[in-house]
Design a protein around this ligand. Structure first.
Ligand code: G6P
Length: 459
């Protein structure tokens, strides 16, 4: 039997006015890929999933005893709201996410003060609650797969409580290196690395595994025992994507998009509104393209499908404004009476995303750093126009897709504008060759492959 432990669960619950609960798919790559797999029974007859109750609907469902999904025993933890907020906002997202993606402006941030200490205590408490729940659900000798930076203390806690279990810890983000890990308070860095060292640690790309090993040696000492690392990239679920392509909602969205784009080229991006996704520099590179290569004016529409994310963090709110302003600047500068160069679409609507991924001529994925980036794989699988992928070399997916993508340097705007130009101007035969190859590379691994790799490495 297998127990999966992750911050975000496979579904979020919404309460109808009549008091019944409806399960909606969870957001983010982890939940959306693992959800359908485990809800089809992949974790075995007693399989279980521990996640946090994130919304009011989730909490109400827990209290009403209505947390029920097919194929798996789901336990949502109704944690103290303030403790959870400190752990999620301040430590997981405000500290560890920033650290691993290289987002700190070190002159000003981070500041480890009394408030941070309180948050760290919250992070420890949340990790303890997850470890206790996993331990409670796991039968003798079960496999426990712990997911992501929110729960980095869980492997160590479980190892102590339950030496019989087989564990794996999978990090979905990039991992900082041995110099950056020294930014964390020494005791926190030691606690995180000690816990991770207790279980085989998986990553989407070899670079992040190496960065973790070097960081752990820096913190724990060169000779410290580290459980082995493994590399297991996630891939999209081709059947789930195919089903969405055929949905009426997707067809309707595709027709709307056809109307919007007309015979112009479609440049697309699909991201959470997230500093590491480098959305602003994407608009700056497009602006440069329009400035320096005037023949593209009125010939391209840049659709940015951006979903709100982590809005309780001031950094994310500020970034959202920067994104909106950067898009507006491009439109103010270049729009004509019948051409809007950038269309910012923040509707949370996956069929629209599927339709757009099917339709793009060029897809921009230019993160500063990204553990994998599932969109870079979903795009080529869904696309029907031999669209070109412009991919940051600092996305984990670069390792798998780089040979058929166009490289984007996340900080070099001239280079990025050149990549967009090359993508939009690429001759049909080269587009077709690259698209065929990309589709093959992007479809090599499914959620099941990724899940089974974790089972195989658990120890
Ligand atoms: C990344 C993380 C996931 C997280 C997702 C969405 O992909 O690795 O663990 O679920 O972002 O972020 P959120 O904070 O909304 O869960």
């Amino acid at each position: 039997m297998t127990v999966v432990v992750s911050n975000r669960g496979p579904v979020r619950f919404e309460e109808d006015p009549g008091g019944t609960f409806r399960a909606r798919p969870g957001a983010g790559g982890l939940a959306s890929s693992l959800g359908p797999l485990l809800c089809s029974g992949a974790a075995g007859p007693d399989g279980a999933w521990v996640a946090a109750a994130l919304s009011d609907g989730d909490r109400a469902a827990v209290r009403a005893g209505a947390v029920d999904v097919p194929g798996i025993r789901l336990r949502l933890l109704d944690l103290d709201a303030q403790t959870y907020r400190l752990a999620y906002d301040v430590v997981s997202n405000g500290t560890l996410w920033f650290l691993h993606h290289g987002l700190f402006d070190l002159v000003r941030r981070p500041r480890f003060d009394r408030r941070w200490r309180e948050a760290w205590t919250g992070y420890e408490a949340v990790n303890r609650a997850f470890a206790d729940a996993a331990s409670d659900l796991a039968g003798d000798g079960a496999v426990v797969l712990v997911q992501d930076l929110h729960l980095a203390l869980v492997p160590g806690l479980l190892r102590e409580q339950r030496p019989d279990l087989r564990l794996a810890f999978f990090t979905h983000t990039s991992f900082c290196g041995p110099n950056s890990i020294r930014v964390l308070p020494t005791d926190a860095a030691t606690a995180l690395c000690t816990s991770m060292a207790a279980a085989p640690c998986g990553f989407h790309a070899a670079r992040w595994a190496r960065a973790y090993e070097a960081s752990a040696r820096e913190v724990l000492g060169a000779g410290a025992p580290l459980a082995p690392t493994f590399v297991a990239p996630l891939g999209p679920d081709p059947e789930a994507l195919a089903a969405l392509v055929d949905a009426d909602t997707t067809r309707a969205a595709a027709a709307e998009l056809d109307e919007l784009v007309g015979d112009r080229a479609l440049l697309l991006r699909v991201d959470r509104i997230e500093p590491s996704k480098n959305v602003v520099r994407g608009f700056l590179a497009y602006d440069l393209l329009l400035e320096e290569r005037p023949h593209w004016r009125e010939r391209v529409v840049f659709v940015a499908r951006l979903n709100a994310s982590r809005e309780s963090l001031a950094e994310y709110q500020a970034y959202r404004l920067e994104v909106e302003q950067a898009a507006a600047r491009v439109n103010d500068r270049w729009a004509t009476p019948d051409w809007r160069p950038v269309v910012l679409d923040t509707r949370d609507d996956f069929p629209r995303t599927v339709a757009a991924l099917g339709r793009y001529d060029a897809l921009l994925v230019n993160p500063i750093k990204d553990g994998l980036n599932l969109v870079a794989k979903e795009g080529p699988i869904l696309n029907r126009r031999d669209g070109v992928l412009c991919l940051s070399r600092d996305a984990g997916a670069w390792d798998e897709l780089g040979s058929a993508a166009l490289e984007v340097h996340p900080f070099d705007l001239e280079q990025a504008a050149g990549a967009l130009d090359a993508a939009l101007a690429m001759p049909a035969d080269e587009r077709a060759t690259r698209a065929t190859r990309l589709r093959e590379l992007a479809g090599r691994r499914t959620p099941r492959d990724w899940y089974e790799d974790q089972l195989r490495h658990a120890a």
